[in-house]
Design a protein around this ligand. Structure first.
Ligand code: SF4
Length: 444
């Protein structure tokens, strides 16, 4: 871990307490009531007091002391450069399926940082392995009741988990789950299935072991996501892992469905859910919306397509007109993983008179994937597959294909360069509302 730095402010929300006091981006909070916050968790905890004595460093390096009186639940309205003022807790595993190692070489250093930090898990739902926690961090999880955390379990048999994470400490997972249970703290679990390593009887064992923690008023294991391993052509040892084939996906779906039926009968909940990708790879229908209960693993691609389809149907009924005033033709780019699932959505769009939407489901040659999710398509993939095609008045481009807050694809190609290469505008659309609004543009 690096040394503790003052919490650097990047944004001050207008009309907030922070704005009223005169905070500016570039200022940094050194301490609150005499304590230096380690991270956003400390910051939020310390800011719950009604009287705050702040030590602040301005952009010129000058120290200021302020006193603020507020209600305990008032937020100061400040945003920070990072959630971790003392640096990232890095990963000490060497999983062969790690996506960080499956990126092309030569990119900026930050893209190769492997985090395994319980704070990010608590704040943002990222998965961690629990293999690198010191006694001090375990105590902090207990004292601050940082729950739920999101834990990559992969396998409960110690030797299988240690083999997958390439870390002997990985074998302690069941003891660690008991630790959470004794303290009435919760986790959401994920199991990334690697054919030939943790599938078959090992997957059965893992799901049965985890489900045993789904008991009581506050079940220790609140939910489990079963996810297929994702591989790219940049992975270091090409032979170490096998991709999930259609047959393997069908086998895992059948195996998990049978366990789900037992769990529903015994625990009153499905407990373990299959990520959408299994159904796309197996070329099978996605389960209905009610299967996902309250979508506990939506951030992990479990039920997100079904939810998208349900929301699309409701919003299309509200937003789409019967006709556009003049003809409009768009090409909607998506990963080929959702080709089949999105066909009814395109049919619905094309019911609008004068509107023509053509779905362009693409695979990524850049990552070397036969089946690709939309968020992984790159600028090069668009150029390879769309050049020379009639793309109409423009390409509807889901904004999740671009790096956050930037007009750059994952392969560092710029949006405007790709648009120029294709000879049509690339129209960024965010979410369903953005897509439908763009489709209504031709209406007066
Ligand atoms: S724990 Fe996560 S970050 Fe670390 S090697 Fe495994 S997959 Fe990569």
């Amino acid at each position: 871990m690096t040394t503790l730095r003052p919490a650097q402010i990047t944004q001050v929300i207008p009309d907030s307490i922070g704005a009223e006091i005169g905070f500016e981006p570039g200022d940094a909070i050194v301490s609150i009531n005499g304590t230096k916050p380690r991270d956003l968790i400390d910051y939020q905890f310390l800011c719950a007091d009604e009287i705050l004595e702040l030590e602040v460093l301005d952009a010129n390096g000058q120290t200021h002391h302020l006193e603020i009186e507020k209600d305990y639940d008032d937020d100061l309205g400040l945003e920070f450069e990072t959630a971790l003022f003392d640096g990232l807790i890095q990963c000490n595993n060497r999983c062969p399926f790690c996506f960080i190692d499956q990126q092309p070489p030569g990119k900026r250093d930050t893209l190769y940082l492997k985090d395994d930090d319980y704070r990010l898990s608590f704040l943002y739902g990222s998965y961690l392995t629990l293999t690198n926690l010191t006694e001090r961090e375990w105590q902090r999880i207990e004292t601050l009741r940082l729950s739920p955390l999101y834990v990559s379990v992969h396998a409960t048999e110690p030797e299988i988990r240690a083999q997958l994470l390439k870390n002997p400490r990985a074998g302690l997972i069941l003891d660690q789950l008991r630790w959470f249970q004794e303290r009435r703290l919760q986790i959401h679990a994920q199991v990334v299935v690697c054919p030939g390593i943790n599938d078959g009887e090992h997957l059965e064992r893992t799901l049965l072991d985890l489900a045993q923690f789904h008991v009581g008023e506050i079940p220790t294991v609140a939910s489990i996501a079963v996810v297929p391993v994702g591989l790219t052509r940049f992975r270091p040892n090409l032979d170490e892992l096998a991709p999930v084939s259609t047959e393997k996906a069908q086998e895992v779906i059948a195996q998990v469905r049978s366990l789900q039926a037992k769990f529903r009968a015994h625990y009153g909940s499905t407990v373990a859910w299959l990520a959408d990708e299994w159904f796309l790879i197996a070329r099978q229908e996605l389960p209905p919306a009610e299967h996902y209960e309250d979508y506990p693993q939506i951030g992990n691609g479990v039920g997100s397509i079904r939810q998208f389809m349900s929301e699309f149907a409701a919003m299309a009924a509200e937003m789409l007109p019967d006709r556009l005033d003049s003809p409009c033709h768009y090409t909607w780019v998506v990963g080929n993983a959702v080709e089949h699932a999105f066909e009814p959505l395109v049919e619905r769009l094309n019911q609008v008179d004068n509107l023509t939407v053509t779905l362009a489901p693409l695979r990524s040659d850049y990552w070397g994937q036969e089946i690709t999710v939309t968020g992984l398509l790159t600028g090069q993939d668009l150029l390879t597959h769309l050049q020379g095609r009639d793309l109409g008045d423009g390409v509807l481009l889901p904004s999740l294909m671009l790096k956050q807050g930037d007009a750059v694809f994952l392969d560092d190609r710029r949006l405007e360069d790709v648009a120029q290469g294709l000879g049509v505008p690339l129209i960024r659309v965010t979410g369903i509302a953005g897509l439908l609004q763009q489709c209504c543009v031709g209406q007066s």
